[in-house]
Each structure stands twice: as C-alpha cells, then as structure tokens.
Design a protein around this ligand. Structure first.
Ligand code: ACO
Length: 352
C-alpha cells in the first residue's frame, strides 16, 4: 500500500478587497457587528464577467502544480469541491480540465458537493486512490465565487457579510520511501437531519417535497418546469439560508470531536500538533474550539479576518498561506478539520 503526501499547494484570491465599511453602504450593518460576531474585517470578491469559480480554481491549480514540480499534463485525476459551481451541470471538474488545457488526456474529473467539508472529503477520496496505486498525481481544488449569489440587501445581511471568494489547490502523490510527509488518517461524518439549517434550496428539483406539502407557488400544469418559480423570485427565496445560532452550537461540538478522533486514531495528543487548520467558518467558532482543546494561539491558523468564509476553499487557502509563511515545515503534524452544511464534518491528520 502506498502512503499519500501533499506534494504541492497553491492558492489564489481575487484582487478586489471588500471591507465591512463597503457593506455598510448597501445594507443595514456595521463594521462593529461583523467583527464582533465573526472576526471578519474584509473579504475578496471576484471580478464579475471576468472571473468564475473555475477561473479562480485554475489560478490556484497552476500554482499547486508548479509547486509540485510537475506539468498540468502530469495530472491523472481531478477532484473539485465547491458549492458555487459555474453551472448547475456539468460540474467544475471538467471546466477546470479544459482551462488547464489537458482535455486530450481524458483523465477523470470528480465534483464534490460537501460545502465547507468539501476539501476534507476530497482529500480523503484522493488519499484512497493514491494509497491503492490507482492514480499518481491527483489535483484537488476547493474554490468558491460566493459573491455572485448572495443577497446584499439588509434582508440577507446575516449570511452575506460572512462569505468571500477564493480558491486553494493541492497536488497529491505517493510518498517516497523514507519521506516524512504523509496523510495519517481521515474521518468523515454527516447528519442529514439538519440539511435545511444551512442550505441553498432554490432553484432545485425538490418540488417542495421536504416541507411545502401544499405545493404553494407551484404550477398546476404538470408540464411546467418547477425548478425555478415566480414565487421563489417574489419571496426572495433564491438565496442561501442559515440558522446561525444552531450552526454555531453544532460546529463547536463537532470540530473538537473530530479533531480528538483524528489524534486518538494516531496515538497523538493535542500538544504534539504543530497546527490545526480549521475551516474558516467564523473566528468565534475557531476560538471556542481552541479553548475546548486547550490549544495555544500559535497552534490554530486563522485568516478569516481578511478573506471571510470561503467554504470549500478555506482550508487549502489557509494551508497554502501557512506553508508560504513557514508556519508549517515538512514533517510537522497538522490537522485539517471542517464542519458545514449537510451537516457534514470531518478531519484529516497529516505530517506535512
Ligand atoms: N449586521 C447587523 N445586524 C445583523 C446582521 C448584520 N450583518 N445580521 C443579523 N443582524 C441582527 C439580527 O437581525 C438580529 O437583530 P434583532 O435582535 O433586532 O432581531 C441581531 O443582529 C442578532 O441576530 P442573531 O442572528 O441572533 O445574531 P447572532 O448573535 O446569532 O450572530 C451569526 C449571527 C454571526 C451568524 C452567529 O449566529 C454565528 O456566528 N453563527 C455561526 C454560523 C456561522 O458562522 N456560519 C458560517 C458559515 S457556515 C460554516 O461555514 C460552517
């Protein structure tokens, strides 16, 4: 059985910086409210009509591929995690393959829909493929272009102030003999009972079956499309919904659980961790988790202050920055952990 290592890493965030004070101009919010509740000072928004989730992913991927010392044509499988895909279908994996100019290789491209946990889920999948020798150069990307689909009016302020755009990518390869870098374990979890507590429900193919039993707003004509309806537009239902307090309470329970599980499975203790890279959901969540696990400030990486919550991209962006800044060196024990919509959550423990 092979061991898997992350050979290359890279990230890209759009140039446009959007400060909390910029949001104050379009909705009833304040810098104080946002900083106090989330820790976020600013985020990046992609350039409309020029950038998309796939275009951000392309830039991060090119950096990760170069960092791994290989060419796009060496990639033998793509895994793409996002909740803000360019198209409803096909997924971003094939669009990224095209943007990287490697369609002739006809490599497989898999799209992962696990929102904030997407990168951790993707890493676990990639690990299995590398371990079994199925692939030798997997490109895993987490990318989001949230800014195109948020409600930037006061109505949507509880959600829209949190999210930002960006992309992060890694290249996974089999570890060489004697290599100190390897993925040690992954733990993936889900609880679908809370699917609608953090969700982007419309448009969709649900026809109201999970709640709207009286078919309110749907056409009686069985040949009409009910994917998107006028009522959805009129009632401003084409935006994400979040039960913030419930998400907070569950996240601060599940993050420590899954990090502890990762450590236990490897016979390690929290003080042996060089760094925990939590999904950058909310600075208050990370601080809560840090306290519960009795971790020092330098053991928990946070960059949500400048990028907001970039969902599937947040862990690879943070990992890429931590490596760039020398916070993490080869061989260091690192735990990546995520919690999000689904609910889904998970952790990956590795020696960087
Ligand atoms: N600016 C100003 N006021 C706001 C804003 C805003 N952006 N958003 C909501 N408010 C108001 C509300 O309308 C409410 O006003 P009211 O008291 O007059 O009714 C008041 O602020 C308090 O609202 P709450 O929703 O109770 O605020 P809370 O203290 O719970 O904070 C928050 C909201 C920040 C979302 C919090 O619940 C939280 O941190 N939840 C965790 C969810 C999270 O971080 N998700 C990240 C994405 S999911 C993920 O990645 C896992």
């Amino acid at each position: 059985m092979n061991r898997t290592k992350i050979k290359g890493v890279g990230h890209y965030v759009p140039e446009r910086v959007v400060k909390n004070t910029d949001l104050e101009k379009v909705m009833d919010t304040s810098d104080e409210w946002i900083v106090e509740r989330t820790g976020i000072h600013e985020r990046r928004f992609g350039a409309r009509f020029e950038e998309s989730t796939t275009m951000l992913a392309k830039k991060a991927s090119e950096k990760a591929i170069a960092d791994a010392g290989c060419q796009p044509s060496d990639i033998d499988f793509i895994i793409f995690a996002t909740l803000s895909p360019d198209y409803f279908f096909p997924g971003c994996g094939v669009l990224l393959q095209r943007e990287l100019g490697i369609c002739e290789t006809e490599i497989g491209a898999l799209d992962v829909r696990n929102q904030c946990s997407g990168f951790v889920y993707g890493l676990s999948v990639a690990d299995q493929f590398i371990k079994t020798g199925h692939y030798k150069n997997i490109l895993l990307v987490g990318a989001e272009m949230h800014s195109m689909g948020l409600d930037f009016t006061t109505r949507g302020r509880d959600v829209s102030v949190i999210f930002g755009d960006g992309a992060g990518a890694v290249v996974l390869q089999p570890a060489d003999k004697g290599d100190s870098s390897e993925i040690l374990s992954s733990h993936l979890h889900a609880d679908g009972r809370h699917a609608e507590e953090l969700a982007f429900i419309n448009p969709g193919c649900h026809g109201g079956v999970h709640g709207n039993k009286d078919k309110q707003g749907y056409s009686d004509n069985e040949w009409d499309s009910i994917f998107v309806t006028q009522k959805m537009l009129d009632d401003h239902l084409l935006f994400p919904y979040m039960n913030g307090q419930f998400v907070f309470k569950t996240a601060v329970k599940k993050f420590p659980e899954v990090i502890t599980k990762a450590l236990k499975s490897a016979g390690k203790s929290p003080d042996e961790l060089k760094l925990v890279i939590p999904h950058q959901a909310n600075l208050r969540i990370s601080q809560f988790v840090q306290k519960l696990l009795r971790l020092r400030d330098d053991q928990v990486y946070s960059n949500i202050q400048k990028y907001g919550n970039t969902t599937a991209a947040s862990i690879p962006i943070a990992l890429s920055e931590a490596v760039e800044q020398g916070v993490v060196q080869r061989g260091d024990l690192v735990c990546l952990a995520a919690f999000g919509s689904g609910f889904t959550w998970g952790s990956v423990l590795l020696h960087w």
